[in-house]
Design a protein around this ligand. Structure first.
Ligand code: ZN
Length: 195
């Protein structure tokens, strides 16, 4: 895990980000939002690197009694090792490497009773974006249901809902295909009416 080449590359990246941050702060036209985004990216980057470099591949013993009924009934369960160890995986959405740590696995399978073969496919950042977009889409759906007729005449509302659902598609295969089609149809109607 700790090797000089890896450390050197990390140091270079940290230096580069620090320089970017400093130069932005020095720019008179700096927008507050820009600075916050950059600072967040920087903090996220350092957190990921520290996690990658410092997490010792620690092992946690599996407590099969705490598995869900589905996991216990699975034919392949007896092939499972008796210990959890860190799993490195590539995010399906952005391609970044992340770690599904041994302790996170223990919590997922034993505390939250997730199925024992369920793996991580999104990195932490993409997973958060996916959750945020899902919540946003649910709020927009609720807003629409409260006043359908008026919302179907509101082009800005329809476009923002349409964009949210399309953005969500980047993170999940299980998106609302019919809703996207429905929105596209009504957006076209409004655009044609205004022409
Ligand atoms: Zn990602």
């Amino acid at each position: 895990m700790w090797n000089s080449r890896c450390n050197q590359a990390v140091a270079c990246e940290i230096l580069l980000l620090t320089r970017q941050l400093t130069s932005r702060v020095n720019t008179a036209s700096l927008r507050a939002l820009d600075a916050i985004t950059l600072a967040r990216n920087f903090a996220g980057f350092v957190r990921r690197k520290v996690k990658c470099m410092c997490v010792v591949p620690f092992k946690y013993k599996v407590d099969f009694d705490r598995y869900s009924r589905n996991s216990k009934n699975s034919y392949g369960l007896h092939l499972r090792e008796n210990f959890y160890s860190n799993i490195t995986y590539k995010c399906r959405s952005c391609g970044k490497l992340d770690i599904f740590s041994a302790i996170e696995q223990k919590k997922a399978y034993e505390n939250r009773q997730e199925y024992y073969e369920q793996k991580r496919i999104l990195c932490q950042d993409c997973w958060r974006s996916k959750r945020r977009l899902l919540k946003l889409a649910q709020n927009l759906e609720a807003e629409y249901c409260r006043n359908k007729q008026a919302k179907l005449e509101d082009l800005d509302f329809l476009l923002s809902w349409f964009n949210t659902l399309n953005e969500y598609k980047k993170y999940s295969h299980r998106y609302n295909h019919m809703r996207i089609k429905f929105l596209r149809k009504h957006i076209d109607v409004l655009l044609n009416k205004n022409m």
